[in-house]
Design a protein around this ligand. Structure first.
Ligand code: FAD
Length: 454
């Protein structure tokens, strides 16, 4: 009998609830996370020695953060928790795990992948200048280190994080120059009936907008970014076109931008889980059922890594995936609890549809990316060079275009530029973006030192 402990990758809301469920059932899972502490993105813990209280760090979500941290602290003695451990490859029942410069193989019988998400970006002219961050990056600077990315910051993009991060900066005393949303106001108005079903989540969003307005922050909908301007080697201004078509310029020393989130799917890809295009989230996602089971035996998915649904859904999905794993190992599980979890997950999925309608991914912006824009910053490939290479060599699929142009071949392995590159290519070929496929996951999923593998 194979009694190897289950493995959980990721100690965010999904991974923590999965680990707690397994620990409660008497199993002692191995929990691997590249971060130094549990909590994941939203409930990221302050570093040792930082003393900001929970309400200051997590706002409305302080009680949830406390509950999740307490849940993890309560099981830590009963699990095999390995922080600072990056899982960079997964093949034939073995995980390659890097801690410091030490590589270790962990063999598994069953694994729950809960690696979360990252910012989804669309490059615009000047976006690689010092002083420009993703929304998530700007939030991490504030939440984790208590640092602001500038003194006069423009927040730009689309999605709930835009308003949340701008609000967090304003509340912390940061200089918010403007909040510029690429979504037309009409899209949000149309989505209101669906958003109302989100209850307190929708109310929180309205609160952030109202609080920013009350502080006199400039806010606009339906804008199009034109360029970030440089002075003395750093960002000095942001130019954009208003919804009415007027060119505007705002002096700033920091820009935080992003267009929603992309799931971290590389490990699922390496596990050979099949993918399908999700028209709601406009991205390829690994296939799984509501319980988190994939078509690959022993591989389960939970949380934002299998489709963006937010932190509450991640907790529910983590517990559900762990119960699926237990069922598959022959344990008896609490059937009413399973039904409750699935009902709650379905309800949140309905709200997600409304959120995506309120903040649609601006495909046209990516499709019309100016030729001079750096599309792949790792390899320094502009949108024009990418289009020319792909068209000249008949690249009718994103992996071929990568091979011909080097776009997506650098340190980030296309995690940053990939989503926008697929749209740029599709627009050049005048076909739907999903026809371009997706960049295949390659090990290492994140950069590792050569010393670790030689
Ligand atoms: C930067 C950022 C900021 C966000 N801020 C907010 C917010 O303020 N409010 C909000 O409501 N939502 C926020 N979200 C969304 C929210 O974080 C998620 O909905 C929620 O955290 C999902 O939980 P999860 O457990 O699926 O993933 P996460 O919380 O992202 O946890 C995933 C964990 O997996 C680990 N991991 C990933 N890959 C590997 C690997 N290869 N090897 C080892 N470990 C790995 C990570 O270190 C992380 O701890 C944010 C998302 C991002 C990306």
């Amino acid at each position: 009998m194979d009694d190897r402990p289950p493995v959980v990758i990721g100690a965010g809301p999904a991974g923590i609830r999965a680990a707690a469920t397994l620990a409660t059932a008497g199993l002692a899972p191995i929990v691997l996370d590249e971060a130094p502490a549990s909590g994941g993105q939203i409930y990221r813990r302050a570093p040792a020695g930082f003393t900001r209280p929970y309400p200051a760090l997590y706002g409305f979500d302080a009680a949830k953060a406390r509950r999740l941290h307490d849940a993890f602290d309560g099981i830590e003695a009963r699990i095999d928790y390995r922080p600072n451990t990056l899982v960079w490859d997964l093949k034939h029942g073995a995980l390659q795990c890097l801690s410091g410069e030490q590589n270790r193989e962990v063999s598994y019988r069953d694994v729950i992948l809960a690696p979360g998400a990252r910012d989804r970006i669309i490059p615009f002219p000047g976006w690689t200048l010092p002083g420009i961050y993703t929304l998530g990056g700007a939030q991490i600077a504030l939440k984790h280190q208590g640092c602001a990315i500038g003194r006069r910051i423009v927040f730009m993009g689309a999605g709930p994080l835009l308003y949340l991060v701008a609000y967090q900066y304003a509340k912390a005393g940061g200089g918010v120059a403007a909040v510029l949303d690429t979504t037309p106001f009409a899209a949000k108005r149309r989505a209101v009936p669906g958003l109302v079903r989100g209850g307190s989540t929708f109310a929180k969003g309205l609160w952030y907008v109202a609080a920013l307005r009350a502080r006199g922050v400039t806010m606009a909908n339906g804008i199009t970014p034109v360029a970030a301007e440089e002075k003395n080697g750093a960002v000095a201004a942001f130019e954009y076109r208003s919804a009415a078509g007027k060119e505007r310029r705002l002096a700033c020393d920091g820009i935080a931008f992003g267009f929603g989130l992309s799931s971290e799917t590389q490990l699922a890809d390496l596990a050979e889980v099949p993918f399908a295009f999700d028209p709601v989230q406009q991205q390829f996602l690994p296939e799984r059922d509501i319980a988190g089971r994939t078509p690959v035996g022993g591989v389960y998915l939970a949380g934002d890594g299998s489709g963006i649904a937010g932190a509450d859904a991640a907790e529910l999905a983590g517990e559900r995936a762990a119960l699926a794993l237990l069922e598959d190992r022959g344990h008896a599980v609490n059937t009413p609890r399973v039904a409750t979890l699935e009902r709650a997950l379905r309800k949140i999925a309905g709200f997600r549809v409304a959120l995506e309608a309120a903040f649609p991914f601006p495909i046209d912006m990516a499709a019309g990316m100016p030729d001079e824009t750096i599309l792949c910053r790792c390899e320094g490939v502009t949108a024009g060079e990418f289009r020319r290479a792909a068209l000249a060599l008949d690249a009718d699929e994103i992996n071929r275009a990568k091979a011909f142009s080097r776009c997506g071949m650098g340190r980030c392995q296309g995690r940053v530029c990939g989503p926008a590159a697929a749209i740029v290519l599709a627009a050049a070929l005048q076909v739907a973006p999903e026809r371009m496929g997706r960049l295949r996951g390659q090990p290492p999923v994140k950069p590792i030192p050569m010393a670790a593998v030689t």
